[in-house]
Design a protein around this ligand. Sequence first.
Ligand SMILES: C[S@@+](CC[C@H](N)C(=O)[O-])C[C@H]1O[C@@H](n2cnc3c(N)ncnc32)[C@H](O)[C@@H]1O
Length: 279
Amino acid sequence: MSTQDIKEVVREKYGQAALRVIKGGSSCCGAAPAVEGCPDPITSNLYDAGQIGQIPDEALLASLGCGNPTALAELKPGETVLDLGSGGGIDVLLSARLVGPSGKAYGLDMTDEMLALARENQRKAGVENVEFLRGEIENIPLPDNSVDVIISNCVINLSADKDRVLHEAFRVLKPGGRFAVSDIVVRGEVPAEIRRSVELWVGCMAGALEEKEYLAKLARAGFATVSVEATRVYRVADARELLASKGIDVDAIAPLVDGKFVSAFVRARKPGAGSGVRD
Ligand SMILES: C[S@@+](CC[C@H](N)C(=O)[O-])C[C@H]1O[C@@H](n2cnc3c(N)ncnc32)[C@H](O)[C@@H]1O
């Protein structure tokens, strides 16, 4: 599949997810359709009660992340934050509260239905220091050195050009700026064919980078102090039903995939002013 084809598949999938929420349903990670509640092990129970109380119900229903970047990114009042692939806007709205009126939270997404949902959620939340931008994370529509913190929640794994995404993230960050992203990461070797079948059926894992590869790509983009910290480890049992329903011999692949797919918090810094990291 070409890069453009992958983008179209992703856009179609998340456009449908946004429409399900707009029509009163919930979004859902993975290949499963809009099953009521959609309790999948990746997207469920990511936010605490305090955070849930700050956002409209529809923002939570549209949540398709695999982590909680705003809980880990140590956002400070006055900072400018950019969320790559902001979806229904949950992490942008939480960021806006943390950076306060002297700060700003941008969300960037390429799917019109998601942008419409996010803007509606912003209206319901009544926050003004927020702007949702239409565009691609491979071509961020913001100037160089303009952002303090980049967050993202289960999006970079979906990009067919991750080097370009990391290069763009580095470009728009201010010197000393932080990259603080939740993403799906693979730990160690998983045979390509098996990996493809797992990814195909557990949709939000598609395109996940191997941990060392992720770190190497960040370093190549210019980042320093790079790290990957697992926040959830997925067992085969988590996806047994889904995989079996697609005709996959779960017991045969179990030893090769069990515990190898994780949700992780990926941290890095752009060297320069105030970062404690030398240029
Ligand atoms: C898995 S959802 C995550 C949404 C949100 N971060 C959350 O936690 O709920 C992926 C989102 O990223 C957007 N997206 C995927 N690839 C993108 C790209 N290359 N450029 C811009 N947006 C993208 C999709 O439209 C979708 O809204």
